[in-house]
Design a protein around this ligand. Structure first.
Ligand code: ATR
Length: 272
């Protein structure tokens, strides 16, 4: 049976094994999906051996998402632009193909859960400039956003993203975060603020339009304080779990030959 898994460190808390195992059972497919803890100094060796062990591919998570780009034989344009990969395909000859499906997952989640969302020719606001923010920025630009505002506690990281992604980006100072929301129809928290055990993301929402779609990449808890406040203002909110589910679908299809459905049952399984 074909093998796939998720490579990271730590990896015990990953929801991916439950999700993929659920999809395998649901579609009656042969295969296994396992968590694989790998230290950074062992990544190259593990990737070389996995195809010979029967692995057809893998997901990659922290801290390896950047390093796999240098170890892969081929890298998609979007993974190169984002500077990270989350999905690997092992070819029959052992060659490694690296892709990034995070941006796809981000957009697919909004399209599924906010059907009125229409990014084309709109203004978006992204809070945060880490690895996850880069995938969000790439996918929003692909979706036709004309102005993409970005802010980050460490301003330099936002400026680096602008330098790489270009003219449609506007960097706002972290102190100007409230002003960034005016006229934005997509608002994204791509920081880790709001996660269980961390401080909430607290920003003045007075300028936020009630017509905006507001989403958070944090999904523990599903309802972050930021989303709760946006909802209280009448915004359409979308939690971050769907991005996790949707980013998993292309890999599953490539490895096991069946496009899996992201539905309530998949959500429930990932939360168990
Ligand atoms: P990820 O891959 O999840 O994006 P990351 O690259 O470590 O992880 O990025 C974390 C993001 O959360 C960054 O935007 C970070 O801001 P800095 O670049 O200034 O570190 C943001 N973040 C984390 N803790 C924060 C805090 N206490 N206040 C403001 N921003 C914070």
């Amino acid at each position: 049976a074909p093998l796939a898994g998720v490579i990271g460190m730590p990896i015990a808390h990953s929801r991916s094994p439950r999700l993929h195992t659920h999809w395998l059972a649901r579609y009656g497919l042969r295969g296994h999906y396992v968590p694989i803890p790998v230290m950074p100094e062992h990544l190259a060796e593990v990737l070389r051996v996995m195809p010979r062990m029967g692995f057809v591919g893998a997901n990659v998570t922290i801290p390896h998402k950047e390093a796999v780009l240098t170890l892969a034989d081929t890298v998609t344009d979007r993974a190169a632009l984002i500077g990270a990969a989350n999905t690997l395909i092992f070819r029959p000859d052992g060659k490694i193909h690296a892709d990034n499906t995070d941006g796809y997952g981000f957009v697919a989640n909004l399209r599924q859960n906010a059907p009125e969302w229409s990014p084309d020719k709109s203004t978006a606001a992204v809070i945060g400039a880490g690895g996850a923010a880069r995938a969000v920025v790439a996918s929003l630009l692909d979706s036709g956003v004309t102005e993409l505002r970005i802010t980050n506690r460490t301003r330099l990281r936002a400026e680096q993203i602008k330098a790489e992604f270009g003219a449609r980006l506007v960097v706002y100072d972290w102190a100007q975060i409230g002003n960034m929301l005016e006229g934005a129809t997509t608002v994204v928290n791509a920081t880790s603020l709001g996660m269980e055990g961390k401080q909430p993301l607290r920003i003045p929402l007075d300028a936020l339009s009630p017509g905006a779609v507001v989403t958070d990449l944090v999904y523990t808890p599903l309802m972050t304080p930021f989303l709760a406040e946006a909802q209280a203002r009448g915004c359409h909110i979308v939690d971050g779990l769907g991005m996790l589910l949707h980013q998993a679908a292309p890999g599953f299809e490539r490895w096991f030959g069946q496009r899996p459905e992201v539905d309530d049952e998949a959500r429930r399984v990932a939360l168990e």
